[in-house]
Design a protein around this ligand. Sequence first.
Ligand code: HEC
Length: 140
Amino acid sequence: MDAYRSHSPRDQRRQVLVVGALLLLGLVAAVFIVQARFNLFIAAPPPPTNSSSLRSYAAAQPQDAPIFPAGNGREVFLTRCSICHSTALVADQPPLTAVVWTKEVNKMRTVYGAPVPETDIAVIAQYLAAVHGPSPTLGR
Ligand code: HEC
């Protein structure tokens, strides 16, 4: 009885449908695999462009630069002393003499390993003493 039923025209149609659906699924999967392998339909990401196509803006750097006035040694100071912390840490100190700034620069070198060449110590200390020393111009 069951054997007879499973070969009824209705069951045969169902079998054809199931086999067809499986074949279709297989085909879709194959198409996806092939396209993924060879990038057929989905556009590949654009190739890297050269740097001349990058956009850049002459944006003022918000961090600290404006508050340190122009002066001999400013660039050295900003370069050497903004590696590890903001230069606001320097601006937040009370005004110090060149002697004390020299000690501070040396502390950065010896205690924290700041890569400040010997020849830059005095330049930085003089600059800081000028703008943030006995007669400070910093922040004015
Ligand atoms: C190698 C990293 C490094 C560099 C470069 C560096 N500092 Fe520091 N600095 C530190 C650390 C670490 C502290 C301690 C931060 C804290 O206490 O939160 C510090 C703290 C300070 C302070 C706060 C007072 C103190 O002594 O703790 C001042 C002022 C200062 N630095 C100035 C400078 C100056 C001027 C330069 C450039 C000559 C400089 N730093 C470069 C690491 C560095």
